[in-house]
Design a protein around this ligand. Structure first.
Ligand code: CUA
Length: 163
């Protein structure tokens, strides 16, 4: 037993040092109890925003048992940065078949960068058990052709109601 423990500890130390397996260094904190009152995650600032350099930033709050906004539209062929935080417990954010997969922890901002080559629809399940309504916690990302996205009003960027 002692040998097994020693081997496992050695694996943790060696991979930590040589393979840089450690928590991300850009830890960003946020006050979870006042998300709706001030700062980056107030309601009017949620959804997809276009930055001066043409990239997109998507801000989403995960809470029991929904994503706010529940659906976001993003432009195709554009760098997209997702910034998420939680208002209550630990949730998860995953876009199948992309590199987007993160835990969303209250008190911290989770940031994931990606790019969608082509238009498409993604269902985004919460993949961290967050209590009784977990299985109903789904959102949606709709990737729009770049020229169509440019014509959307800010309200339509956070709604997937058909035109
Ligand atoms: Cu949120 Cu499971």
């Amino acid at each position: 037993m002692a040998t097994m423990l020693a081997v496992m500890m050695a694996i943790v130390v060696v991979t930590g040092i040589t393979s840089a397996l450690h928590p991300s260094s850009n830890v960003e904190v946020v006050e979870a109890t006042t998300l709706h009152l001030r700062g980056e995650f107030v309601e009017s600032n949620l959804g997809t925003a276009i930055e001066p350099d043409g990239s997109a930033t998507v801000r989403i709050i995960a809470e029991q048992y929904d994503f706010v906004p529940r659906c976001v539209r993003v432009p195709a062929d554009t760098p997209v940065k997702f910034r998420l935080t939680s208002a209550d417990v630990v949730h998860g954010f995953l876009l199948p078949d992309t590199n987007v997969n993160t835990m969303v922890v209250p008190g911290f901002v989770a940031e994931v960068r990606t790019r969608f080559d082509a238009p498409g629809e993604y269902a985004m399940p919460c993949h961290e058990f967050c209590s009784l309504g977990h299985q109903a916690m789904w959102g949606h990302v709709s990737v729009q052709p770049k020229d169509q996205f440019a014509k959307l009003t800010p309200v339509k960027r956070t709604s997937c109601v058909p035109e």
